[in-house]
Design a protein around this ligand. Structure first.
Ligand SMILES: Cc1cc2nc3c(=O)[nH]c(=O)nc-3n(C[C@H](O)[C@H](O)[C@H](O)COP(=O)(O)OP(=O)(O)OC[C@H]3O[C@@H](n4cnc5c(N)ncnc54)[C@H](O)[C@@H]3O)c2cc1C
Length: 451
């Protein structure tokens, strides 16, 4: 008899969700995690006395969201922040035009209307696109049809490029024409003043998680699986692999026998993007009270184009900016001091000497992280939404896959990780798992443990 019913590889949101559900159902479960912590791409650095979310920060749309229902049931506090998805509207944005001039109300309204018009044309172009068309192809066709002046087209082109970089961590010419189809936001967006990784930590509390256990090989047979981590072997009836797409694509885990085409195909077609964060704290606020985002077009916004005010989390004036896609990959090769100096000089192009010397900063390099090898998955040109779900397997009835890249409805999110972990647990148990009871179980265990 195997020592375990199920081995879960990876202690991020997807792995912990499925492990918790299987364990609640009475299974013997072990979670093998390569890092010295759980949470994966949900990671809140609290070393400065307040949380800094180095991975995920937002729930993008809380309406009809089982993820939000879970957060709500666990009474995790959240702050409404409805501009987390590169919208032009939503909450107040300080926009700067290509000449570094703040846009007034009229110019802002015109800008929002221009982007809306282009987006409507874009939807038509996406619907009419052919297999193999890139997002760059369809945006160019939409812009051609817009009838706007070359200057207005340049601005929108830049906006589209930056939107793809932020949402997918990819160059616009590498993304499939359908790559942002699943990007709809329903309801408000929120961030987490206590740090978003509270969620996986509470789900994972009490599970048998083996940290610093790097899986290198997964062998399967009709009898079950053997998972190798260094010299140690773990045996179970089945396994759920939740390591990120970037790790699977790097080939650092050997599958024996090799994965069949049904899974290996999607694995090779989907893309893994890079999206890095830079948080900078300032001695004083130099942007308007009530501003959620600062956004610059043209030279000032060539690289550092969007700045999100996250001061509410620490009480100290703090801006969060992103480096994604090709620039994100280049940025992570540079030293922190150089990165921060570059970002601050971009801000000084807009606000001059009002921008004080930074008090502190945080810089991520997810593309260099061996346990993620990138930030999140996207629809590389030539792949399809089915590829995400096909990646889940199962293979030979014993090998399941979960994680954000395996969920076609809204990949690249915490929600996708949660729902895919839920799906894997349900497939293994052969019955549905009620999410209300799941949340109630977490609370009950916390009460029993006196937490
Ligand atoms: C910078 C950044 C910002 C983001 N912002 C948002 C956001 O605002 N909102 C949102 O919804 N989503 C966001 N995301 C995406 C979100 O964080 C992920 O989709 C989600 O956390 C993925 O969960 P997962 O369980 O699929 O994978 P992970 O959390 O990556 O879990 C996989 C686990 O596998 C482990 N592992 C890897 N290799 C091995 C191995 N060989 N052996 C053992 N263990 C291994 C890893 O260490 C990791 O703990 C962001 C991601 C990044 C990087």
């Amino acid at each position: 008899m195997s020592a375990y019913d199920t081995i879960v590889i990876g202690a991020g949101m997807s792995g912990l969700t499925s492990a918790r559900m299987l364990s609640d159902a009475g299974q013997r479960v072990v979670v093998l995690e390569g890092r010295d912590r759980i949470g994966g791409r949900m990671h809140s650095d609290r070393s400065a006395g307040f949380p800094v979310d180095l991975g995920a920060s937002w729930i993008h749309g809380i309406e009809d969201s089982p993820l939000w229902d879970l957060v709500h049931a666990l009474r995790i506090p959240a702050i409404e922040y409805t501009v987390g998805s590169f919208q032009v509207g939503g909450r107040p944005i300080e926009n700067f035009d290509g000449d570094r001039r703040p846009m007034d109300a009229t110019a802002t309204a015109q800008w929002i209307a221009d982007v809306d018009t282009a987006d409507r044309l874009l939807i038509e172009e996406i619907a009419a696109s052919s297999p193999g068309d890139t997002y760059l192809d369809v945006t160019e066709r939409a812009l051609d049809r817009s009838g706007f002046s070359p200057e207005r087209i340049d601005d929108i082109r830049e906006f589209f490029r930056h939107r793809v970089e932020e949402q997918c961590g990819a160059w616009i010419g590498d993304l499939d024409a359908h790559g942002l189809d699943e990007d709809a936001i329903v309801g408000d967006e929120v961030i987490f003043p206590r740090g978003y990784d509270e969620l996986p930590h509470r789900i994972g509390a009490g599970l048998d998680v083996r940290l610093e256990t790097v899986v290198t090989r997964v062998s399967r047979s009709p009898e079950g699986v053997i998972v190798h981590a260094g010299d140690t072997e773990y045996r179970a009836d089945r396994a759920i692999v939740t390591v990120p797409l970037g790790v699977l694509q790097a080939g650092t885990i050997t599958f024996d026998p090799e994965l069949p085409d049904a899974v290996a195909g999607p694995l090779s077609r989907l893309g893994m993007g890079v999206f890095n964060k830079v948080f900078v704290q300032f001695p004083e606020r130099f942007w308007d009270e009530g501003t959620y985002v600062i956004r610059a077009l043209g030279e000032a916004g060539e690289h550092w184009h969007s700045w999100y005010d996250v001061s509410a989390v620490s009480g100290i004036p703090t801006l969060l900016t992103f480096a994604a896609g090709p620039f994100g990959r280049r940025m992570q090769e540079r030293a922190d001091a150089e990165i921060v100096a570059d970002a601050v000089s971009a801000l000084r192009l807009l606000y001059g000497d009002a921008v004080g010397e930074p008090l502190a900063h945080w810089v991520t390099r997810w593309g260099h992280d061996a346990f993620s090898n990138g930030s999140y998955s996207h629809l590389a040109v030539g792949s399809s939404h089915h590829d995400h779900d096909d990646l889940a397997g199962p293979v030979d009835g014993v090998l399941h896959f979960a994680g954000e890249a395996t969920w076609g409805d809204e990949p690249a999110t915490v929600g996708a990780a949660f729902y895919s972990g839920h799906r894997a647990a349900e497939r293994i148990l052969g019955r549905s798992v009620d999410l209300g009871e799941f949340a109630a179980g977490i609370i009950e265990r916390e009460q029993t443990a006196g937490r």
